[in-house]
Design a protein around this ligand. Structure first.
Ligand code: GLN
Length: 279
């Protein structure tokens, strides 16, 4: 079978599955199986595939069709120009979160030092990206997921030389310090959205995605008062959530005494990040 034929086989096998990008997914999995870049793959279209590579490609296509993200199968996901190790059990970094990084960097400004905590860090997406941008800041992270911790540790070593402190924790439990900035991409999907993803075969963990409650906001309702207890005065919190949830989150923040509450938009122009300050 040639590379061209394998690509065609993959595209048609993926059509009708949960992916919106069957061609991209197939070419990523085939270039991974061949150990070459996607550019080289397209230059080599008429080449024959050897049996071993074809077998690996087909096995990985089966994983993709069953709902595993491409990033889990190839073992990494690019975010903010950094390579994050990911795999079964952990939420993959998403482009939506890059706007949170931009906003956090703006707030951290040119200050030489300060303290920042990433609550619900998963594979370390926010904490490690911010640590790589602001090496002199004191940065820490926490997550409840035992599986995510292994990915966090590997990424922390690779991206920061294990400079970021880590606590295995449910929200801010067991953390006794206060911070200048807290960032969070908590689970915020509603049960209906989560059910739709599961029905499509999604394998990413509910623990990282399902916000609980009819509106997906149960966890954020628990999180905000705890964040408040862990912020210095005039400190900032930045939370990612669904655009439709933003008005309610603004109210929860304001009830908890936060001020200067503003939103930042994602690439589609929808409010994706909320920023608020402690008095
Ligand atoms: N935006 C993510 C998704 O739709 C959800 C991420 C999250 O719950 N933190 O898959």
């Amino acid at each position: 079978m040639t590379i061209r034929e394998a690509l065609r086989e993959g595209w048609s096998a993926l059509t009708g599955s949960d992916t919106e990008t069957p061609q991209l997914d197939t070419s990523l999995l085939l270039s991974h199986a061949c150990g070459i870049s996607r550019e080289k793959l397209y230059m080599d279209l008429p080449e024959e595939l050897d049996e071993k590579r074809l077998e690996l490609f087909r096995a990985n296509m089966k994983r993709r069709i069953s709902g595993e993200p491409v990033a889990w199968i190839i073992g990494n996901k690019e975010f903010w120009g950094l390579d994050f190790k990911v795999g079964p059990g952990v939420l993959c970094p998403r482009p939506d979160s890059e706007i949170l990084i931009e906003s956090a960097l703006e707030i951290m400004g040119k200050k030489k030092s300060g303290s920042l905590h990433d609550c619900c860090t998963g594979p370390g997406t926010l904490a490690l990206t911010l640590a790589s941008e602001r090496p002199s800041w004191d940065i820490s992270a926490s997550d409840i997921s035992v599986q995510a911790a292994d990915f966090f540790k590997a990424n922390n070593q690779k991206l920061t030389g294990s400079r970021v402190r880590y606590t295995h924790s449910d929200l801010m439990n067991g953390i006794n310090e206060t911070f200048d900035v807290i960032v969070s991409n908590p689970p915020y999907l509603t049960p209906v959205e989560m059910g739709d993803k599961v029905a499509l075969g999604w394998k990413e963990p509910g623990l990282a995605l399902d916000g609980g409650g009819i509106d997906g906001l149960n966890l954020i309702r628990r999180l905000i008062p705890r964040i408040s207890d862990h912020l210095n005065s005039r400190a900032a919190v930045l939370i990612e959530a669904d655009p439709l949830q933003m008005p309610i989150i603004k109210q929860i923040l304001s009830d908890a005494g936060f001020v200067r509450i503003t939103f930042r938009q994602d690439l589609a122009g929808r409010n994706r990040i909320v920023i608020a300050f402690k008095e």
